[in-house]
Ligand binder design. Structure first.
Ligand code: UTP
Length: 284
């Protein structure tokens, strides 16, 4: 039912400067794979067939990453590096299924999503933020399986002193992993937060959200916020949060990025023992 996904990758990534001066934040690697590839694989596991990237300046590395690299493939073949050939060959998508549109200025996540409106049409669409890395079962698959119309976001509980970094929901009734959302406020101070249930970077939105985003209303930080557009639809369309089962890493922050590298490294049989030994020596 949901066949298209938007990957907004137009942000400036200022928290990772200077690493992100000439390289997109979404190309930062967790062990040996860039963040954006984890997001694309999660979407593919959910049955997504069209991958729409909203890019910006300095993002051409992402386009190259999902394209053939003839020199590299030729060199690997000549040297008999079959395993490496499989790695780069296995990530190619069906021709025409990877689409790029440019966000001409980083005016906010809502604006980035709106830039993809002509590519989506009249159907619900998934949105994945690559800097929210979710380890374990495909969060987007859990969402697609649970989706029954309206708007849906992935949610998780956060410590109250961190509400200022998230969209925070006013929860209604819960049904298993799902919770009805009665309100949503972007980045509230801990004292003002309606709960500690936070939105993380996975969404399924109905096409009418594009109309609301088209009003170009600025919210927190002077940016056009996706959560504001979703909040505006409360009462006119069902709005659901899904408590996903995986572990989420905030790879938009340096600590979250390092934690993700350690967690994925400890899961990697090629390096787990050496990493564990090094960690033990340095922590004790
Ligand atoms: P962030 O809020 O993390 O912003 O964006 P950022 O610019 O990427 O990073 P910092 O805060 O300066 O370090 C969340 C997601 O929304 C996308 C980003 O690429 C990221 O995936 N985004 C944000 C856009 O595509 N366009 C924008 O105008 C803003």
């Amino acid at each position: 039912m949901i066949k298209k996904a938007i990957f907004p990758v137009g942000g400036l990534g200022t928290r990772f400067l200077p690493a992100t001066k000439a390289m997109p934040k979404e190309m930062l690697p967790i062990v040996d794979k860039p963040l954006i590839q984890y997001a694309v694989e999660e979407a593919a596991a959910a049955g997504i067939e069209q991958f729409i990237f909203v890019t910006g300046r300095n993002k051409s590395a992402i386009e190259d990453h999902f394209d053939h690299s003839f020199e590299l493939e030729h060199s690997l073949a000549a040297r008999g590096k079959d395993a490496a050939m499989d790695v780069v060959g296995g990530m190619m998508k069906v021709p025409g299924s990877v689409i790029y549109v440019r966000q001409q200025q980083p005016a906010g996540l809502g604006h980035a999503v709106w830039c993809a409106r002509h590519l989506v049409g009249d159907e619900p669409v998934a949105i994945l933020l690559a800097d929210d890395l979710i380890k374990g079962r495909s969060c987007m698959k859990e969402m697609v399986d649970a989706y029954d119309g309206g708007n849906m976001v992935a949610v998780m509980d956060v410590p109250r002193d961190q509400t200022g970094a998230y969209g925070i929901v006013t929860p209604g009734k819960t049904h298993g992993q799902k919770v009805d959302i009665a309100g949503l406020v972007e980045k509230p101070m801990p004292a003002d937060a309606p709960s500690t249930t936070a939105v993380v970077g996975r969404y399924i939105i109905s096409p009418s959200v594009f109309d609301t985003l088209g009003l170009q209303e600025q919210g927190a930080g002077g940016e056009i916020q996706l959560t504001d557009a979703l909040a505006k639809q409360i009462g006119t369309a069902p709005f659901t949060g899904l408590h996903f089962s995986g572990e989420r890493f905030d790879c938009g922050s340096k600590v979250g990025f390092l934690q993700a590298n350690i967690a994925f490294g400890l899961d990697n049989p090629d390096m787990a023992d050496a990493l564990q030994e090094w960690l033990r020596d340095h922590i004790e």
